[in-house]
Ligand binder design. Structure first.
Ligand SMILES: Nc1ncnc2c1ncn2[C@@H]1O[C@H](COP(=O)(O)OP(=O)(O)O)[C@@H](O)[C@H]1O
Ligand SMILES: [Mg+2]
Length: 262
């Protein structure tokens, strides 16, 4: 199982849209079983999947060490072969508690190790192991976001090109480096340009980014009104608008991510 955190200290850059659509495409087109962990107290991914965090066991219980029966923390979603560990607003409070009572930085990593070893999880969720875990991170440093990076093989950084696109990037890199100091091998898989549109500022900004030290995916995700509409409809882009620019781009991005020829 490969674990990928979708991170950026900025909000509104497409982390959640990337997480849920990457999950849907990895499952739908590439035959994978995918676990999405919602690590953001705003719980957008949770609600996108039609779950209500206040009625579920959530990541808060994993962070504080309350979780002792793993299958009860994993829920089916509206998308085949995509499952979810939900979040809810109380994650803000449990974040502090987790440092005192939980496994701290190792909480999610320990949980995912246990998911791999738990036969009951395999039985309940289709008898095959998960191929990918995607963690939708909050736009801030919290115990859950640090635990997410610690649990990850790789991070993907969505960036929306604007005047402040690189704000917080230095801090994020420092944070990833400090987690790497205790768990080497966490890779920055790449930067994904989201909400791209053809205007001089965005084109120049993307060009600038591609000349930086960051490794930027060749595929960018075009801006499309269908994306907002799909979130209102609680549908993946595939379900909502199979042929819109952003859908085509997310398919292309997942192929690029998987190393398939474009
Ligand atoms: N490619 C896109 N085209 C148009 N709107 C987008 C696109 N990607 C994301 N959005 C919209 O931008 C907003 C922020 O996206 P979201 O994934 O919630 O960001 P984050 O999780 O980083 O806060 C949402 O309203 C979403 O519908
Ligand atoms: Mg989000």
């Amino acid at each position: 199982m490969k674990t990928i955190s979708i991170v950026n200290l900025k909000g509104g850059v497409g982390k959640t849209v990337t997480t849920v659509n990457m999950a849907a495409i990895l499952a739908g087109d590439h035959g994978n079983k995918v676990l999405v962990i919602d690590a953001d107290p705003q719980a957008n991914a949770t609600r996108f999947f039609g779950l209500n965090g206040s009625e579920c066991n959530t990541i808060a219980g994993i962070m504080t060490g309350e979780c002792d029966y793993i299958p009860e923390y994993i829920y089916d979603t509206s998308i085949d072969n995509v499952h979810c560990v939900p979040s809810e607003i109380s994650l803000i409070e449990s974040d502090i508690a987790s440092i005192r009572t939980g496994n701290g930085i190792k909480a999610l990593s320990n949980f995912l190790d246990a998911v791999k070893d738990d036969n009951k999880v395999a039985e309940d969720f289709g008898e095959t192991p998960f191929d990918f875990t995607l963690i939708d991170c909050p736009p801030s440093f919290t115990a859950a976001s640090v635990a997410a990076i610690y649990a990850s093989d790789e991070v993907i950084i969505p960036i929306k090109i604007d005047a402040f696109a690189l704000d917080g990037m230095y801090e994020l890199m420092k944070q990833i480096d400090s987690v790497r100091a205790i768990r080497p091998g966490i890779k920055i898989a790449g930067v994904l340009v989201t909400m791209w549109h053809n205007c001089p500022a965005v084109v120049q900004g993307e060009d600038f980014l591609r000349k930086s030290r960051l490794s930027v995916y060749q595929t960018h995700i075009r801006r499309s009104d269908k994306v907002d509409e799909s979130t209102f409809a609680r549908q993946s882009l595939d379900e909502y608008s199979r042929n819109c620019a952003a859908t085509v781009d997310y398919h292309r991005f997942v192929k690029e991510y998987l190393g398939e020829v474009l």
